[in-house]
Design a protein. Sequence first.
Length: 283
Amino acid sequence: MAFVIHPLTQQSGVPKYTAADFRLTVSNFLTAGTGETFGAVQGVRSDGYSAIIAMSGDTITVHPHSGIIAPWTGVGAYAYAITSDITVPRPTTGDYYVVLTVEDPSQSHGSEPQGRVDLIPTSTPRVSIDGLVIAQTVGTSINGIETRLRNNTVIETVSKAELDLVKPTPRTKGFVRFGDGMGEYEYDGSNWQPMKRVFYGSRLIDVANKGKDIVILSDQEIQTLIGRTWDPEHCFASVMNGDRSINTTKIYGCSGAPGAGLAFHLAEASTGKFRANYMITTF
């Protein structure tokens, strides 16, 4: 059928749906697009942060989960579910990617319609792997590097390097959940750009007998507020005292002073209480 409408109640034997019809009209809408016709971003459905991969001795175990595999251009997305543990032997030498792959003879790939867990040497370029990479062995350990798909089609990865491997349609949102690059991103058609987030608040400050260096938020309070530690290259803060700007030439934390939290230096000695309004922008 050149024009597939799904679902329609069959009448006189028509329509007759194929697996390809279902992939193109249903599965494709479970994830973000790639900009190619029927292209889909592959990944694991984000059910939380429980590990989907483990290795013990010479055995690799893939735990139950579900997701999307989009191995080839123009064929749509394959939805999958691993309903019980699958184990594969780990080779005794070399490092490998753990890859979820598809055999689909109707698309001239493989000889038996099925899903597989394959091990592919890490020397293989990622762009050459037709499948969903979920982990990487490093010596006797294994690291989960799966892309996770949130229900709102935000693409979630374990690192910025993994996010950079995903090429969706422009304005798709991404989230890096660990590491130095942790934060929200938006794809501009060529690269993932960090998204700015702004946090506002205020605190009543008693400056009596405290000299000129005033701490507004501790490092731990900042981390709780913005969801990550200070990053001097990716944060900015400003402080206001009512309608009058406080001298913020020394804002610690954003300037990289360890353990200082968000602090400012008064232009002159002062006593009493005032309300300091702060704004922190992360990007």
